[in-house]
Design a protein around this ligand. Structure first.
Ligand SMILES: Cc1cc2nc3c(=O)[nH]c(=O)nc-3n(C[C@H](O)[C@H](O)[C@H](O)COP(=O)(O)OP(=O)(O)OC[C@H]3O[C@@H](n4cnc5c(N)ncnc54)[C@H](O)[C@@H]3O)c2cc1C
Length: 527
């Protein structure tokens, strides 16, 4: 049986519903943090409304490195608790959504046995903290073994490699699946519904005022508790309660660049070190490889679509030649790119790359619960922590949460070698057949994307615009960039037919997507 849609009613009906009922909990922000809290709260029987200003996962939660990982590097900075918590969450996320937490080898090239010994000590601790099972423990490869696993990795000077388990996800799809789990338990979620103010009743926050970004309709939503999960925008929402807000954020920009796999034939996830002694990842996925990430203070005015500069791209490409014996990569090889901002908790005197990735849950004077910082990986546990605070405010004990219950699409499915089936399984998991049943024919010849995906995005996943479908539902903008323009045209046509767009609306939707495509690669013109 297919789990219900993220939007079981029409938009107007949903907005009516938001106004008609008083909720136990309102969540501001539909990234992974808000989605995780919605899933947990709704499963405990709370009535939940989630309001997202743009699209679900439009913020940081579609721009990450897409790793469900404990962050081995944080061991070096002594953040044992953070590493323990997130390392353990790897198996929890895998249990909830095996298709969105795929075990992969993370390969650390090493020059000599002394380096291997050093890495193994760190990785051994990591595995212990994460409770890794014996079969999943790290391996050490030497010489020909390195070449057998990763043929283009330079064995001179990297004669060894240590390979350990991490998990690859799809951040935006994890948000959508988690939100659908919340809807399944009765939560009401609406995208394109920015919160514009807080509603007060005496000293307490009693709800939020929102404005529909499509029609301008004003919507007042009331609740006993408000959770502010607005990621990089969390301070702005907290200011609606008190100014200045309790927590201060430091925004850090992270860029990823995308290279065709045929140009960069990497097999596994590989860690490379940069000149300034940071680690960046090389991550193969389908027909592409992405490299990331940068970590620089962001003070621009486009936190949703931060600029990607030539400097960012050169920084990520620079170490590649040291590690890989392939024709040197240049900026011309980059066919797509994304940037996001990390909402880090500001730490006086530290650079962005040195700041902790820990999360912080604070309660304001009117009762608003704000969540700052954190990682995608820890969202399930973070939601449990937030529910402890919510329970206190509601003044009652809550039933058990959902634990690691599977999200829609999260039933196990066998892996296959087929390129299209693999892509669909990674996106839709055990719901792939339901997607195919809506239309199994290719959208455009030669691209592994089927017609049913567009209908699924509209009917089941609340996609309202072409950007939603191209960037956050089918993910073709970054995972199938070789064909993205023709796919966007075909998807736009299908959406226009389904949603009754006028010619003008249709043209506008396509223009918006094309502007974003061009913007990603604008660094090429600046050089
Ligand atoms: C480059 C980069 C790489 C990363 N890599 C990893 C990784 O590999 N693994 C990992 O675990 N973590 C990673 N992270 C961290 C992770 O992505 C973030 O911790 C996580 O996505 C934050 O989610 P969030 O829901 O808190 O914020 P967001 O996803 O930004 O969600 C906040 C939402 O609030 C909405 N909003 C804003 N204002 C309003 C309003 N007025 N009304 C309603 N809604 C509003 C926004 O539109 C947005 O959708 C990475 C981060 C970056 C930037």
């Amino acid at each position: 049986m297919t789990a219900p849609s993220l939007t079981p009613t029409t938009r107007d009906e949903r907005l009516d519903l938001l106004e008609a009922d008083r909720f136990d909990l309102i969540i501001v922000g539909g990234g992974i943090t808000g989605a995780g809290v919605a899933r947990d709260a709704a499963a405990r029987g709370l009535t939940v409304a989630l309001l997202e200003a743009d699209d679900f996962a439009a913020g940081t939660s579609s721009r990450s490195s897409k790793l469900i990982h404990g962050g081995l590097r944080y061991l070096a900075s002594g953040e044992i608790d953070l590493v323990r918590k997130t390392a353990r969450e790897r198996t929890a996320v895998h249990a909830m959504a095996p298709h969105l937490a795929e075990p992969c080898w993370m390969v650390v090239p090493a020059r000599n046995w002394a380096s291997v010994t050093k890495f193994r000590a760190g990785i051994g601790t990591y595995e212990k903290l994460g409770g890794v099972e014996d079969a999943d423990r790290h391996e050490v490869w030497k010489g020909d073994e390195v070449t057998a696993h990763e043929p283009h990795l330079r064995t001179d000077p990297y004669d060894y490699a240590v390979a350990y388990r991490e998990y690859l996800t799809d951040d935006a799809r994890l948000v959508l699946a988690t939100l659908r789990a919340a809807t399944l338990s009765g939560a009401v979620a609406a995208n394109r519904l920015p919160v514009v103010d807080a509603i007060r009743e005496g000293d307490r926050i009693d709800g939020v005022q929102a404005r529909c970004a499509i029609t301008g309709r004003e919507v007042a939503v009331r609740s006993d508790v408000v959770v502010n999960a607005a990621g990089p925008w969390v301070e702005g929402i907290a200011r609606m309660e008190q100014d200045p807000p309790a927590s201060r954020l430091h925004l850090s920009k992270g860029v990823h660049i995308v290279i065709p796999r045929e140009r960069f034939p990497a097999n596994h996830l590989v860690i490379a070190n940069t000149e300034d002694k940071r680690s960046i990842f090389v991550i193969p996925r389908g027909d592409i490889v992405y490299i990331g990430t940068t970590d620089t203070t962001y003070s621009g005015d486009r936190p949703l679509w931060p600029e990607i500069t030539r400097e960012d791209v050169d920084y990520l490409l620079a170490p590649m030649d040291r590690y890989f014996d392939i024709e040197p990569l240049t900026a011309d090889d980059v066919i797509a790119a994304w940037a996001g901002v990390r909402p880090l908790i500001a730490q006086e005197g530290k650079e962005a790359k040195e700041m902790s990735r820990k999360d912080e849950v604070t309660t304001g004077p009117g009762g608003m619960i704000s969540i700052a910082g954190g990682k995608l990986t820890g969202f399930r546990k973070l939601a449990e922590d937030v529910m402890d605070v919510v329970a206190k405010q509601l003044g009652r004990r809550l039933p058990e949460g959902p634990g690691t219950a599977p999200v829609p699409g999260g039933q196990p499915v066998a892996a296959t070698d087929d390129r299209q089936a693999t892509r669909l399984r990674r996106l839709y998991g055990s719901e792939s057949d339901a997607v195919l049943a809506l239309g199994a024919e290719p959208l455009v010849p030669g691209a592994p994307v089927v017609v049913g995906e567009v209908d699924w995005a509209i009917d089941m996943e609340a996609a309202l615009t072409l950007v939603d479908v191209v960037y956050r539902r089918t993910r073709v903008a970054w995972y199938v960039p070789q064909h993205r323009d023709e796919l966007a045209v075909a998807m736009g046509q299908r959406m226009a037919d389904r949603l009754g767009w006028t010619d003008h609306e249709h043209a506008q939707q396509l223009a918006e997507v094309r502007t974003l495509f061009a913007d990603e690669l604008a660094f090429k013109e600046a050089s």
